[in-house]
Write a new protein. Structure first.
Length: 596
C-alpha cells in the first residue's frame, strides 16, 4: 500500500540532501526528504565553505546568515619542528589576486555543518517543505506495471512501522555507507583507505600559539601534523595526525580516545602550551579516497550525490562543498525531467559532469594529503598554487558535451567558455541605476539565462525569424515555460543615449535585466563586462552567452547585426537547446502549469 506519491525522494538530510531539497522546493517539484536522524546536525562534521559555495548561497539569497555567524580566514601559515624548535616557516594568502582566481569572496568561511543545514531547512520551510525524520531507508523497487514508477520503502523508527512512497526519481544523499548506492547495480566504491587515523577536536583553546586565527599547518617530524582552523564562537578545530613513536606499532581507533588525541596535539605544538577550556565535538576518521563506479542507475531514475558517490580526506575543505554542488548540478536537471521538458540526453550529463569532478578531486587529494603528512611547506604551497582554482570551486570545469558546446579559441576570447563558471562582472541596472553583479543579479529559479552583449542596441530593432525554441522563451505562446528563460541585455551605450523603448517588445518586458556596461572601476579586475566576458564587441556586433541554470556557460558566440547574422544566431540557439530540451506535449504542459 502506497502512503504517499511524489516526484523525487531524497534520502539523507545533510548539506547535499538539503541543497537538493531546497532547490527542488524552489522549482515547485514535489519532493520528500527522508533522514534517519531525529534532528539536524548540532555540532562538528564539515565546517569549511569555499568561494564558489559562498557564491552559490549568494545566488540563492541565503548567504547573509552564514556570514553573520561564520569566521573568515584569508591566509595560511606553515610551522615546522625538525632539528630546530617549532617555528613559522612560511605564510601565504589563501586566495591570491584576481589575476589568479577571480572571485567576489577570496576567503574561506568556517562554521559547523549545522549552520548550513539551518539555512537550507529554513529555506525549504518557506516553500512549505520539511524533512521526514526518524525515517530509515530500506530499499527501492520498480513497479513493473507502471513504467516510470519506483516504490521506496522506509522504516519509521519512532513507531516501528514500514512506510511506502511512490516516486519517479530517487536520490541517495545518505553518506559514505549509502543504502541507496548499495541498492544500485555495479555502483561499488573504488579506491583505497589509508592506514593513518586522524583525530578531530572542536573546542575553545587556551594557548600562546600566535596563529590561532589563521589556517595553520603545524608539522612535527617525530609526532605528526596538525591542521588548525579558526571557528565560530571563539572555537578552533584541530585535525591531528595520530603517529606512533614506535615504527612497528599502528594507532588503532580502540586506542585513540579523546585524551589520547589531545596528548598527541600537545606534543606537536610544543613548546607552546595547549589546553582546552571546552570541547564541543570529537571524532576520528581514516582517509578513504574512493569514487563510485557509477552515479546513476541504468535507466537514469536513481542517483547518488556527495559522500554516497565519493569520499576523500577533509583537510582541504572540499567535502561539503563538492557534495552540495553535486546536488546543485542535479536539481535543475530533475526539474526539467519532471516537467517533461528534457530529452533523454539531459539526465546522463549529471554522471558525466560530476564524476569527472570527483575524479579530479581524488587526484588533487592524493597529492595534497601526501604533502600535508610530509609537512613540507614548499610542496604544500606548490600544491595549492597548482590547484587554487579547483580548491576554490570556481575551477570545477566540465568537459565538452551536450550542455557545453565546443568552442574554438578564435570564436570568443573572453572569460566565458563553455563548461566553465561565469566570472564576476559589474554592470549598472538600467531601470534603477543600481550597480550589480551581473552573474548574481537574476534570481536562481531554475531558468536558463541568455545574455546578449552589444556595443549598441540598434541591431535589435530588426525583426527576427521565428524558431522552434520560441516555444520556451515567449510567455505569450507558452506561459508555463516562460520562466524557463530569462533574457538579458548588456550595452556599452551611455544611459542618456538609449531608452527601454529602443528594445524589441520581447526584451522590453525584461526591463530589470537591461544593463549598462559603465562601471569598470567596480570590477574585480577593473574591466568592462563586455571585454571580460566576450573579449569585447564591435559596433554592430552582438555576443550571446547561454548560461545554464547552475551558472555554467553552455555556449557563447558573436554575430554581426545584419538580418543574415540574426538568422545564423537563431539557428545556433536552436541547435544548442534542441539537444536537451523538447517542446512540451499538451499533457506535460498541463503538468507544468500546475506546478508554476
Amino acid at each position: 500500500m502506497v502512503d504517499q506519491t511524489c516526484d523525487v525522494v531524497v534520502v539523507g538530510a545533510g548539506p547535499s540532501g538539503l541543497m537538493l531539497g531546497a532547490n527542488l522546493a524552489r522549482f515547485g517539484v514535489k519532493a520528500e526528504v527522508l533522514d534517519e536522524r531525529c534532528d539536524k546536525t548540532s555540532t562538528g562534521r564539515a565546517d569549511g565553505m569555499q568561494p564558489k559555495t559562498l557564491e552559490t548561497f549568494r545566488q540563492m539569497r541565503l548567504l547573509e546568515p552564514l556570514l553573520q555567524n561564520g569566521v573568515k580566514f584569508y591566509d595560511m601559515t606553515f610551522w615546522n619542528s625538525d632539528r630546530s624548535p617549532l617555528r613559522r616557516t612560511g605564510r601565504e594568502t589563501h586566495y591570491p589576486s584576481p589575476s589568479i582566481i577571480d572571485v567576489l569572496d577570496p576567503y574561506m568561511l568556517l562554521g559547523h555543518q549545522g549552520m548550513v543545514e539551518d539555512v537550507l531547512l529554513l529555506d525549504m520551510k518557506s516553500h512549505g517543505v520539511g524533512v521526514t525524520r526518524n525515517a530509515t531507508f530500506t530499499e527501492y523497487s520498480r513497479q513493473t506495471n507502471i513504467r516510470e514508477s519506483i516504490n521506496v520503502e522506509y522504516k519509521d523508527t519512532a513507531t516501528g512501522s514500514m512506510r511506502h512512497l511512490q516516486t519517479t526519481y530517487v536520490v541517495g544523499c545518505d553518506g559514505a555507507h549509502s543504502k541507496v548506492r548499495r541498492c544500485m547495480r555495479d555502483a561499488d566504491m573504488v579506491g583505497e583507505t589509508k592506514d593513518i587515523i586522524w583525530g578531530v577536536l572542536d573546542g575553545e583553546i587556551d594557548t600562546e600559539f600566535p596563529d590561532l586565527w589563521s589556517k595553520a599547518i603545524v608539522h612535527s617530524e617525530k609526532h605528526g601534523t596538525v591542521l588548525c582552523i579558526p571557528r565560530e564562537r571563539n572555537m578552533t578545530r584541530l585535525y591531528i595526525e595520530l603517529v606512533s613513536t614506535n615504527q612497528n606499532e599502528k594507532i588503532t581507533k580502540a586506542v585513540a580516545n579523546q585524551d589520547f588525541v589531545m596528548t598527541c596535539a600537545r606534543e606537536i605544538f610544543k613548546p607552546y602550551q595547549l589546553e582546552w577550556k571546552t570541547i564541543e565535538w570529537f571524532g576520528l576518521y581514516q582517509i578513504g579516497q574512493r569514487v563510485a563506479n557509477r552515479f546513476t542507475d541504468e535507466v537514469k531514475r536513481v542517483f547518488i550525490c556527495g559522500d554516497a558517490a565519493h569520499t576523500h580526506s577533509p583537510k582541504a575543505g572540499q567535502g561539503m562543498n563538492v557534495s552540495m554542488h553535486d546536488s546543485w548540478n542535479l536539481a535543475w536537471k530533475l526539474n526539467l525531467a519532471v516537467r517533461g521538458l528534457a530529452t533523454p540526453v539531459l539526465l546522463p550529463t549529471y554522471e558525466a559532469e560530476r564524476r569527472k569532478i570527483a575524479l579530479d578531486l581524488i587526484n588533487f587529494d592524493n597529492e595534497h594529503a601526501a604533502a600535508f603528512s610530509a609537512g613540507d611547506p614548499q610542496k604544500l604551497v606548490e600544491n595549492f598554487a597548482t590547484n587554487t582554482r579547483f580548491i576554490s570551486g570556481v575551477g570545477a570545469d566540465y568537459d565538452h558535451g551536450p550542455l557545453n558546446e565546443h568552442l574554438s579559441s578564435a570564436q570568443v576570447t573572453g572569460d566565458c567558455k563553455p563548461g566553465k563558471l561565469l566570472t564576476p562582472a559589474k554592470v549598472t541596472r538600467y531601470v534603477d541605476h543600481n550597480p550589480v553583479d551581473l552573474q548574481l543579479d537574476i534570481p536562481h529559479l531554475g531558468q536558463f539565462r541568455r545574455v546578449s552583449a552589444a556595443a549598441g542596441v540598434s541591431y535589435m530593432r530588426q525583426p527576427r525569424p521565428a524558431a522552434a525554441h520560441d516555444e520556451f522563451s515567449r510567455p505569450e505562446r507558452y506561459l508555463a515555460a516562460g520562466d524557463l528563460f530569462t533574457l538579458g541585455v548588456v550595452t556599452a551605450q551611455p544611459k542618456d543615449t538609449v531608452e527601454i523603448a529602443d528594445l524589441p517588445p520581447l526584451l522590453r518586458k525584461g526591463r530589470w535585466t537591461f544593463y549598462l556596461d559603465n562601471v569598470p572601476e567596480m570590477d574585480t579586475k577593473k574591466m568592462r563586462c563586455l571585454d571580460k566576458w566576450v573579449g569585447g564587441v564591435e559596433e554592430g556586433q552582438v555576443g550571446i552567452v547561454n548560461i545554464r541554470p547552475d551558472g555554467y556557460v553552455g555556449s557563447v558566440a558573436k554575430w554581426d547585426g545584419t538580418e543574415e547574422g540574426g538568422k545564423r544566431a537563431i539557428s545556433w540557439l536552436e541547435n544548442y537547446y534542441r539537444v536537451f530540451l523538447r517542446e512540451p506535449s499538451p499533457l506535460n504542459g498541463a503538468k507544468v502549469s500546475a506546478k508554476l
